[in-house]
Design a protein around this ligand. Structure first.
Ligand code: COA
Length: 363
């Protein structure tokens, strides 16, 4: 059984919750993000739910788990719990932070402290899981040194009956805690714009436009791999935050800055951290071609990448016949490096040569 310590960490004190916290617990839990990402909790969340939660606290501790209220200046700002150990001794943590205290590293601080406290008591493996769309929680996992171990597809049933994919993480007692800085930071303010073109994370609301664009014959012609269904593209759009937070890739909607209309897609993919290399890929809907939109989008994204990440080489590959794409890369400062012979597999099964391009980090 875990010892019932009070944990003090930075400005936070973690102690078991009491009935005096009930009002704050109701306010913290009756919130859309909590309802969305913790579907096992009652919604709406009422006073009787908070009182039942507090009354269950002694039983959770007796069962080998732990329940803490996270407090700052004696005010409830969140909660963090530990499930009883599984048969192999691994323990899983879960947390929530009150809406008024989010974005101030409360979860990050509490997760680090509770994980270290569990290791101090001989626990060898601490687990946590977060949905692919729960960007804040994913960021908490990465910045507190948890290693991503797997992806459980349709692993969680949501309130509306839909299933969501869940990322599983663990930290072992001996793991080195890596730097908290992400390899691919999020855009400051959430987007990039040059006044004509706006780049923002592609979201599930963009899936229909994105799918229509991919199905256009002029885009499909240069697409590698089988055509996707609308369902595939929706799922893919739900992964944007996870791919970005995990340093794997950036997926963006290109928008007309004036109207906000969906104009296309640009991505930074195939990110190889040890080489400092990533690949840019893009497509525009036909109505937005011939206006210089993609040259602006690629220039903005690559300039941002060199200013904000450790990337050294941004590469691109184009079909030898794709003259418009060659112009985009030339205008965005890319140089031809050579030809990969018969790299592309076309829809009809024939192969095409690939022109290899790159832009290097300015010295
Ligand atoms: C998840 C949750 C606990 C995070 O609490 P928090 O105290 O705000 O977390 P922190 O401030 O320690 O860290 C959040 C990180 O996510 C980032 N973040 C939050 N929302 C984001 C978004 N929409 N896009 C990109 N980054 C985002 C923050 O900038 C911060 O990263 P940083 O430290 O690199 O700046 C809180 O959002 C919450 O209670 N959500 C509802 C319940 C829940 O999801 N629980 C977890 C279930 S797995």
């Amino acid at each position: 059984m875990l010892s019932r310590d009070v944990i003090s960490t930075g400005p936070l004190i973690l102690r078991p919750p009491t009935e005096e916290d009930a009002e704050a617990i109701v306010k913290a839990c009756d919130d859309p993000a909590t309802a969305r990402f913790l579907p096992m909790m009652p919604s709406p969340y009422r006073m009787e739910d908070a009182l039942a939660y507090v009354r269950d606290v002694p039983a959770t501790w007796e069962g080998g788990g732990a329940v803490y209220a996270i407090t700052e200046n004696d005010r409830f700002v969140g909660s963090i719990g530990v499930r009883p150990p599984d048969r192999d001794g691994a323990m899983e943590i879960g947390y929530l932070v009150a809406p008024w205290a989010r974005g101030k590293n409360v979860a990050g601080t509490a997760v680090r402290a509770v994980t270290d406290w569990l290791f101090d008591q001989g626990v060898h493996r601490v687990e946590l899981r977060a949905e692919v769309e729960n960007v804040a929680s994913l960021r908490v996992a990465y910045k507190t040194g948890f290693h991503e171990e797997g992806l459980r597809r349709d692993g969680r049933r949501l309130r509306d009956g839909r299933y969501a994919d869940v990322v599983w993480f663990a930290r072992l007692a001996g793991d080195a805690v890596p730097a908290a800085e992400p390899y691919l930071p999020f855009f400051e303010g959430g987007e990039l714009s040059d006044g004509v073109v706006r780049l923002a994370p592609i979201a599930v609301e963009d899936a229909a436009d994105y799918h229509r664009m991919l199905a256009d014959p002029s885009v499909a012609r240069y697409h590698v791999g089988p055509p996707s269904t609308l369902e595939d593209d929706e799922r893919r759009c739900r992964y944007t935050g996870y791919w970005w937070a995990s340093g794997q890739r950036i997926e963006l909607a290109v928008r007309d800055a004036a109207s906000g209309a969906f104009a296309g897609h640009v991505q930074l993919t195939q990110v190889v951290h040890v080489l400092g290399q990533a690949m840019v890929g893009y497509s525009l809907v036909p109505e937005y071609r011939g206006k210089g939109f993609m040259s602006r989008a690629v220039t903005m994204l690559v300039d941002w990448a060199f200013a904000n990440t450790a990337l050294h080489r941004i590469v691109a590959g184009t079909d030898t016949e794709n003259a418009a794409s060659h112009r985009v890369l030339e205008r965005s400062g890319f140089s031809r490096e050579g030809v990969h012979r018969e790299l592309f597999v076309r829809a009809d099964g024939t192969r095409a040569d690939d022109v290899a391009w790159s832009r290097l980090r300015p010295s």
